[in-house]
Design a protein around this ligand. Sequence first.
Ligand code: HEC
Length: 167
Amino acid sequence: MTRALLSLLPVIALAACDGGSDTRSAAGDASSPATSSTADGTSPTASRDTAAILAELGGDYVNADLTNGARQFRRCQSCHTLSDGGRHTVGPNLHGIIGAPAAGADRFSYSSQLAEAGLVWDLDTLDAWIANPRALVPGNRMSFVGLRDADDRRDVIAHIAVETAGD
Ligand code: HEC
């Protein structure tokens, strides 16, 4: 998979792998590497990493409901895989999509509308796309009506971020 993990993902990756050199500033207290003292009683590994990833996303993403995110993502799964190196199906594989330029996956035949839109999938752009793909990029080929509920969109984006950072 050659899609570059741009802007956001290296930060997420740092959060997911313990012991990255620490250049992070805000929200940084979730990061004390390796030594897992979880005063709040959560399980030491996965949940700490997940919390760090959500903290890096910032804003309301810290409140994301990942169970709902996984449930919402089932609607995407009819057309998208998310695993690293997953197949393109009706739509392109979405591994590493956050922070990536639109229409950047190898060997997927995008619409010219999406290819020429000049978008980068930062969190706000992704949110707008999932809310109403047709409004963001008229004429694109993703036939999905959109998720109306802002919390559902937040949760599904958080799910994508966590799944992508988890390997
Ligand atoms: C009915 C099939 C279908 C469903 C359902 C669907 N998508 Fe898509 N998606 C596509 C297709 C097809 C494209 C490529 C669009 C184009 O080239 O115009 C796409 C493109 C995308 C892209 C841009 C990928 C890139 O490489 O730039 C993202 C992000 C995306 N979809 C996310 C989602 C999410 C999140 C969901 C669920 C909330 C979802 N999609 C549901 C078919 C689907």
